[in-house]
Design a protein. Structure first.
Length: 241
C-alpha cells in the first residue's frame, strides 16, 4: 500500500525540490503543478491506456425494462477494450455490437436491421454517461457492462474516489509508473531532458497493459474460427415447425 503523499515525496526528491509538510495543503506554484497537473495528467493517461483489474476495472449489470437508454455509474470512465465488454448474460448470451456514430445508429433503427444481434452506443459526458441498446432489452434481459472507473485512490476508510483530499489517501495505481510519469511531465514542462523518463514510462505502461492481458494470440491473416457459443448467431425467437 502506497500513500499518494509518499509517492509525491519521491517525485519531489527526483525533481530536486524540497518536500512540503503537507501535499494537500501546499500552495506554492511548484507543488501545485506537481499535485494538480503532472500527477493528474499521469493518472488520466494510465486510466485511458491500460485495462486494469478491480478496483480500477468494474462491472455493472443492466436490467432491461423495455427502454433504450440506461444510466451508467457515476465513476464510469470508459468501456474496457474487450470484445466482451458489453455482454448479454441472459437468453442468447452474446456479445453486443458497438455502433460508432449517430448516423449508423439511426440507419439500424430505421431499417430494423438488428436481426439476431443487439447493438449498443454510449452517450453523455464525465459523470453522466448512458448506454443505449437496439434491440430494446425487455424485462428479464440482463446485460453486463465491463468498464474502467475514474477512481484511482481510496481514503483510509477504503472508499474509492478520484480526488486527492487527505495526506492519508492511498494510491490504487502502480506506484512506479505514476512516479515516473509525473517526473517526466515535470521535466518536460521545465525544459529539461525527459527522454529517458519517457522511455521508462512507456516501458512500464506497456508492461502493465501486457500483464493485464494474460491470454494472447497471433493472427497471421487467417479468418477467425468460431469456437465459442456466443459466436454462433441464434434468433431470439424460433417458430414451431
Amino acid at each position: 500500500m502506497t500513500l499518494i503523499s509518499d509517492a509525491l515525496d519521491r517525485v519531489a526528491r527526483q525533481c530536486s525540490i524540497d518536500t512540503p509538510s503537507s501535499w494537500v495543503g501546499a500552495s506554492d506554484d511548484e507543488y501545485l503543478a506537481i499535485r494538480d497537473d503532472f500527477l493528474l495528467e499521469t493518472v488520466d493517461d494510465i486510466l485511458e491506456r491500460a485495462d486494469l483489474p478491480s478496483p480500477i476495472g468494474a462491472q455493472v449489470v443492466i436490467t432491461g425494462d423495455g427502454s433504450e437508454d440506461y444510466d451508467l455509474p457515476a465513476a464510469f470512465k470508459r468501456l474496457q477494450r474487450d470484445p466482451m465488454a458489453v455482454y448479454e448474460t441472459t437468453t442468447n448470451r452474446r456479445a453486443c455490437i458497438p455502433v460508432p456514430d449517430d448516423g449508423t445508429w439511426t440507419h439500424i433503427k430505421e431499417l430494423g436491421t438488428a436481426g439476431v444481434e443487439r447493438y449498443y452506443r454510449l452517450k453523455g459526458y464525465e459523470g453522466n454517461w448512458t448506454i443505449g441498446f437496439y434491440q430494446l432489452p425487455t424485462a428479464g434481459i440482463s446485460i453486463t457492462v465491463s468498464y474502467i472507473t475514474k477512481n484511482w485512490m481510496a481514503n483510509n476508510a477504503g472508499t474509492q474516489g478520484s480526488a486527492f483530499t487527505s495526506n492519508d489517501d492511498v494510491l490504487l495505481l502502480p506506484r512506479r509508473v505514476v512516479e515516473v510519469g509525473t517526473v517526466m511531465r515535470f521535466r518536460e514542462r521545465n525544459g529539461l531532458d525527459f527522454s529517458t523518463h519517457r522511455m521508462e514510462y512507456e516501458m512500464l505502461l506497456s508492461r502493465l497493459s501486457n500483464d493485464r492481458r494474460t491470454r494472447r494470440s497471433i493472427n497471421l491473416g487467417e479468418p477467425e474460427s468460431r469456437i465459442a457459443p456466443w459466436d454462433v448467431p441464434v434468433p431470439d425467437y424460433v417458430p414451431q415447425a
